[in-house]
Design a protein around this ligand. Structure first.
Ligand SMILES: Cc1cc2nc3c(=O)[nH]c(=O)nc-3n(C[C@H](O)[C@H](O)[C@H](O)COP(=O)(O)O)c2cc1C
Length: 313
């Protein structure tokens, strides 16, 4: 993270996650923000709290065949698969360019087995300018017969423990919402050593073309994101905030500062913005301005005062 530029930040918005100070709580969400550089012409990256990269694996992957994206009411379904340039190319090609910007780079990591994750983290440990890792545990785990690590507190805790040991940086674990009780997972992962949790990833969904009677996505099912999932995400952040003590990053359908504030009041220290970037590439800047305006209007001395400040009915 370079400090050579003179962007001014609203001191009321600074937050801390896993020992890292963020100038503000607005973070671009993995898979919707490329490798950050794609947004350099569209927004002032120096104003952004940070962004999470597209999920990185030890080796490059091509992702799924198209169609990979379908629009739905208030959201979208995606089955991009885990297309990415690979951890080594990220270090060689992207990190040197990202060093020009004063924003936190969170490396989102995934794998199909515990060993895959550890291999990717071990490679990324050599990269300069990564602030933290975010583990995407919503991937099918081939070794456990196709279950998703993120559905099993035992598997998720085991991976977290190994990842924490392998990692030279703070570890954020990203929770899957496709579970019956998200607090069981959250507790197991925090006990295993996670420094922070981010939530939620996409909800598994499906859309069918009634004329061809085929699923609209080539893969069949996909991950639902966007405003349609926001109330579910807010509820899950609220539940997890009452179950664990680590800082939370709220994600799911955020498209305005009011949306972001819901997550913060529910218990999130920061937020990530995903799908909204597709239809409004400047949404992160608007959310940022809106948070400062809210502090002015509501007489909030520091955004920290609002974290988990929900009033029970
Ligand atoms: C096209 C697309 C690709 C995504 N890729 C990833 C990914 O590689 N790793 C990950 O952890 N989450 C990924 N996500 C999930 C988002 O980071 C986010 O958790 C989710 O979309 C909910 O937030 P939103 O409603 O603001 O989009 C992806 C989402 C979309 C829409």
């Amino acid at each position: 993270m370079s400090t050579s530029n003179a962007t001014t930040h609203d001191p009321r918005l600074a937050v801390e996650i896993a020992g890292i100070r963020f100038n503000n709580p607005v973070i671009g969400a993995s898979g919707t923000f490329g490798y950050g550089l794609e947004f350099a012409e569209l927004i002032d990256l120096n104003r952004l709290g940070g962004f999470s990269t597209k999920g990185l694996s030890a080796r490059p992957l091509p992702g799924n065949p198209p169609p990979r994206i379908v629009e739905t009411h208030g959201g979208m379904l995606n089955a991009i698969g885990l297309q990415n340039i690979g951890a080594r190319a990220f270090i060689a090609e992207k990190l040197p360019l990202l060093a020009r910007y004063d924003t936190h780079v969170i490396a989102n990591v995934f794998g199909y087995s515990d060993e895959d994750y550890i291999e990717a983290i071990t490679i990324l440990n050599d990269g300069e300018g990564i602030s933290a890792y975010e583990l995407n545990i919503s991937c099918p785990n081939v070794k456990e017969g196709g279950i998703v690590i993120g559905n099993s507190p035992t598997a998720a805790a085991r991976l977290t423990e190994k990842a924490k040991r392998a990692s030279s940086r703070p570890l954020i674990v990203k929770l899957s919402p496709n579970v019956t009780d998200i607090t069981l997972l959250a507790r197991a992962i925090v006990e295993a050593g996670a420094d922070s949790l981010s939530l939620i990833n996409t909800l598994v969904g499906m859309s069918i073309d009634v004329n061809t009677r085929r699923p609209r996505l080539n893969y069949g099912t996909g991950g639902l994101s966007g405003p349609a999932i926001r109330p579910i995400a807010v509820r899950m952040v609220y539940e997890v905030a009452n179950a664990v003590r680590v800082p939370l990053i709220g994600i799911g359908g955020i498209a305005s500062s009011m949306d972001a504030l819901e997550f913060i009041i529910a218990g999130a220290t920061a937020v990530q913005i995903g799908t909204a970037n597709y239809y409004d590439p400047r949404v992160t800047m608007k959310v940022l301005d809106g948070l400062s305006e809210h502090c002015d209007r509501a007489g909030i001395a520091h955004l920290n005062d609002l974290i988990g400040s929900i009033v029970k009915r």
